[in-house]
Design a protein around this ligand. Sequence first.
Ligand code: BTN
Length: 316
Amino acid sequence: MEILEILSSGGYVSGEEIARKMGISRAAVHKHVLKLRAGGYGIHGEHKRGYMIVSRPDILSPAELERYFSKEDSARYHIYYKESDLSTQVTAKELAGRGKKEGAVVIAEEQTKAYGRLDREWSSGRGGIWFSMVLRPEVPPERISQLTLASSVAVCRALERKLGLEPEIKWPNDIMIGEKKLAGILTEMSAEVGRVRWVVIGIGINANNELPFALKDAVSLKTLVKADVNRAELLAGILEEFGRLYDAYGKKGFKALSREYNRRSTLPGKRVRVNWGNEVSFGTVEKIDADGCLRLLLSGGIRKKIIAGDVTLLKG
Ligand code: BTN
């Protein structure tokens, strides 16, 4: 057993008991305690009573996540945790390319070269939630964009359940609070005609991180709830919701979540400009259809179905 697991049961645990459970000496127990303290854990040591955890660091390590995981999620996810990474997306794609199984999740406390959709720079300082998941869905390549939509719903559900927020989705995958972007999702895949090899879904959430001054259209959780949030609990909640949605999607396809996606969407009824491929369309959004595509009513009454694009809301 790990020392963190033993101490996490709560209350004081004697050095003797820890030593016995770990199969090590009392002196070695003390060394482990010093290491935990250096890692940010507040641990009281009291003569005769032993050791007790009094505070925990705000980190996304496997040990911290594990506290909030169900048995099912512990088995579903395999965490690769990094203090700093260029981009969890790049790392996850490498793992996927090397054959790592579905459920590998790369998490970093900070990213130094993160990117978003259309290769845009993605600011990823400490305190945010930055992670990428490896999936191997048995779904044709043309449907993979639906998994991005499922991820958006998972993020919304967890934000609602854990923090009482009411986020909305700007199709396809921006998580918004009012007009400000709280989180973004990026889906990449490797496929051959008709068959997907792997999918990597990267999610970035502005949580307890500072936002660069220039990012005027973004907002963080700590600004919204006026306190630092428990990132480990929130991330575990997102992974739990995603797991549920992924299973439902596997059985029933996008049908399983299209109503909820629409209910959470900001765009229906709005006038928008959509850049897709080399084209630009202007119109009013009707809905996100049963395939996860954007249905646009153009002036002149023509309807368009757009699989992926960049949407700008038009005023008035
Ligand atoms: C977007 O809104 O454009 C998508 C942003 C996706 C950012 C995440 S953070 C974790 C993962 N690593 C990256 O480099 N990008 C994604």
